[in-house]
Structures are given as structure tokens and as C-alpha cells.
Write a protein that binds this ligand. Structure first.
Ligand code: GUN
Length: 166
């Protein structure tokens, strides 16, 4: 596989942040044959050693859950599938209002959107996690959000390298 092919395939695993795939390749972290665990560890190593500013930008590259972009059908394919998988494309008007209010409060407090790896969650458990996490301190929540981004990346990679679980 070439660098270009690798970045083409895995560049979107960290939302809108292909530099993570590029650096993982350039630092010779990618073994042949690809395994989902290997690719995930290589990319997480780049993410974790990036500056706080760069990691904040990765967080900020995520769309709101049940937000404006989702309503306007402007999500990446991965994000759309994840949000639909958790039922977030089928909210009642009251639930949508709850998400909108929480999205606003969370963004005002932390400066990045609420991110949760939605697999295994439904809208009720997502709202519960949302209500709890919005009470966190800034440093605690930054760490939780980065962990969730890594988890989302793991699921996306595992879906791409079939038959292999990250
Ligand atoms: N969790 C899984 N996918 C997404 C996403 O696209 N945006 C946010 N905010 N959280 C997610």
C-alpha cells in the first residue's frame, strides 16, 4: 500500500483530520499486513503526542450530535451512520430541543462539541451521559472527549479492516 492509499483509506478515521494518518505513516508506525489494532494504536500514538491545541482542533472538527449539520444532511458518511445507528435521526421535537440546549451549554463551557462513541448507546443513554459530562471540569472533560474520539476511530478502523476487532 502507498502512503497516498493509506491516507485515502484512513484519513477520515479521526474526523476531518488526515494529518494523523499522514504522521502515522511517516513515522513508520504502520505494519504490513494492516491489522485494526495496529492501525488504531499507530494513529492514537500520533493523536496523544500532538499538542493540546491540535487535539482541541480534532475535537472541534466533530459535528454536534443531532445538530444543524445533521438536520441539513451535511455529515460525513461515518458520522451520519453513527448518529442514525443511535436513533438520533429520529428524535421527537422535545428530544431535539433537549439536545440543542445541551449542545449549546456544553459548547459554551468547553469550546468543543459533545463527542461520544455512540455504538452500544441509544438516545436515552446518550442524554444521560450528556447531562453528566456537562458538569465535569474542563481538564477532566478534555480527557474524556479525547478518549471517545479514540474509541470512535477504533470502531471506524475495525469496520474498514473486516473480520478484525480493534
Ligand atoms: N460520536 C460518534 N460520531 C460522532 C460525531 O460525528 N459527532 C459527535 N459529536 N459525536 C460522535
Amino acid at each position: 500500500m502507498t502512503r497516498e492509499e493509506f491516507v485515502e483509506q484512513f484519513g477520515g478515521v479521526f474526523e476531518h483530520s488526515p494529518w494523523i494518518a499522514e504522521r502515522a505513516w511517516d513515522h513508520d508506525r504502520i505494519d504490513d499486513p494492516l491489522t485494526s489494532v495496529g492501525v488504531h494504536e499507530a494513529m492514537c500514538a500520533e493523536f496523544r503526542t500532538a499538542s493540546r491545541k491540535a487535539r482541541t482542533e480534532v475535537l472541534r472538527a466533530h459535528p454536534d450530535l443531532a445538530g444543524r449539520l445533521a438536520l441539513a444532511n451535511q455529515l460525513t458518511a461515518s458520522s451520519r451512520a453513527e448518529q442514525a445507528g443511535a436513533g438520533l435521526d429520529r428524535l421527537t421535537p422535545e428530544e431535539l430541543e433537549r439536545f440543542t440546549e445541551l449542545n449549546q451549554r456544553y459548547m459554551e463551557k468547553f469550546g468543543f462539541p459533545f463527542i461520544i462513541a455512540v455504538r452500544g448507546h441509544d438516545k436515552t443513554s446518550i442524554l444521560e451521559a450528556f447531562e453528566e459530562r456537562v458538569t465535569h471540569s474542563e481538564d477532566d472533560e478534555f480527557d474524556v472527549a479525547c478518549g471517545q474520539v479514540e474509541r470512535i476511530a477504533g470502531f471506524r478502523i475495525a469496520d474498514m479492516i473486516k473480520g478484525d476487532a480493534a
